[in-house]
Design a protein around this ligand. Structure first.
Ligand SMILES: [Zn+2]
Length: 395
């Protein structure tokens, strides 16, 4: 028997799908399938790295060449070479999913050369950083007695998370130019929203994304003691000021609920456990064929494979948690703005711009989505609004 809820959801999905039209809907379905393919390939890739480095004896030869287990410079060099090889192996996949697929979906606005240059810039920052963090991990593995390993892992993981959290705005600005917003009316609205939420406002930047992609996005990033709003120009062009307010209010919901901090703590605990499991696997499997156990930098490809597989399994559990967090931020947004109709408008624009399915297959949503489907989000918001009597007009 169909309940009232599923009937309402089905009606919403049909309405949005009709609005997208058959061509865009087919593209959205294709994007959905590719999401699954990408997840599966993400499990195969680390295995390719293991096969390239270990049975060939290249990892042991590389470690010998650079004296990777006796000199720290040597360890660092081995890590850099293996991380570089990983980036090179992953390049065709990145090209396929981030460039070719975006072209087929009509969302890319960049030339191949421009895209490659961006990839190169990001790799030039990410690879040295990763290599230093893994170097710290080998210091822990080699210098600490076994009972101090867990606190050692925790230290490395904390450093890892802090560096990548703080560098988020840098990575964003590496790819996109930003400029201050020249719209006093919108800025005043957003400032008011921040005051209502009790969050210190540190300005509003526009990301010039439109020259590279048709996708749109928004985020809050730390700036000094305050919080800066970062909006894609593609979003500004397509949304009404009221819808933009709801998007920013959703992000404020995350801020007020301290979701980033909670996520970091959860991620931190999981990464420490993953390192402990990785250590166990290397003690068991890391002594074959010239390998010398967890302290041996030649076993690094195996460690990254274990971390990647545990990470993928954990991602599925984390997604379930994240979807609840997203619903809570939506509820907060609608309470803050009192404008559920504008939230619905924002979701409608995002579905169109990013060519997202209003509702993917249930199993895909459960496994791979860290946000609830757009249709479910709108349905939930309609229900809260009806309960609070704030359904369409601003109070
Ligand atoms: Zn969110």
């Amino acid at each position: 028997m169909r309940t009232e809820t599923t009937v309402e959801l089905d009606a919403l999905i049909r309405e949005w799908e009709a609005e997208l039209g058959p061509d865009v809907l087919a593209q959205a379905r294709y994007q959905e399938r590719m999401r699954v393919v990408r997840f599966l390939l993400g499990l195969v890739m680390p295995l390719v790295l293991v096969v390239v480095w270990l049975p060939t004896g290249w990892a042991v030869a590389l470690r010998e060449r650079f004296l990777g287990n006796t000199s720290w410079w040597g360890t660092w060099a081995v890590l850099l070479v293996i991380l570089l090889s990983e980036a090179v192996l992953a390049l065709p996949f990145s090209w396929y999913f981030d460039f070719h697929l975006e072209n087929r979906l009509g969302l890319n606005r960049q030339s191949l050369g421009g895209w490659l240059l961006d990839e190169l810039k990001q790799a030039m920052l990410a690879i040295p950083l990763q290599s230093l963090l893994f170097l710290a991990l080998y210091a822990v593995l080699r210098l600490l007695p076994p009972r101090w390993l867990l606190p050692g892992f925790a230290g490395v993981v904390a450093g890892f998370l802090a560096v990548f959290y703080l560098l988020q705005p840098v990575f964003l600005r590496l790819k996109f130019k930003t400029e201050p917003l020249d719209d006093p009316d919108l800025e005043a609205r957003i400032r008011q929203l921040f005051e209502k939420a009790g969050v210190p406002f540190a300005g509003l930047s526009v990301v010039k994304a439109g020259e590279k992609t048709a996708r749109s996005n928004a985020a809050l990033v730390p700036r000094g003691v305050g919080t800066e709003v970062v909006l894609f120009d593609t979003l500004l062009e397509a949304m009404t000021p009221e819808a933009i307010e709801d998007v920013v209010a959703h992000e404020l919901g995350h801020k007020v609920h301290r979701d980033m901090l909670k996520l970091m703590v959860v991620l931190g605990v999981v990464l420490v456990l993953a390192l402990a499991v990785g250590y166990g696997v290397l003690r068991w499997a890391g002594t074959w064929d010239g390998l010398q156990g967890p302290q041996d930098v030649a076993t690094f490809p195996l460690l990254t494979a274990v971390l990647a597989w545990l990470g993928a399994g954990f991602q599925i559990l984390l997604n379930a948690y994240m979807r609840r967090v997203e619903f809570a931020a939506d509820a907060y947004a609608v309470r803050l703005t009192g404008n559920a109709a504008a939230f619905e408008e924002a979701m409608r624009v995002l579905v169109k711009q990013n060519k997202t399915l209003p509702q993917p297959a249930l199993w895909v949503e459960r496994l791979l989505y860290n946000h609830p489907s757009p249709a479910r989000r709108v349905q939930a918001v309609r229900r809260w609004a009806a309960r609070q009597g704030t359904s369409s007009a601003r109070p």
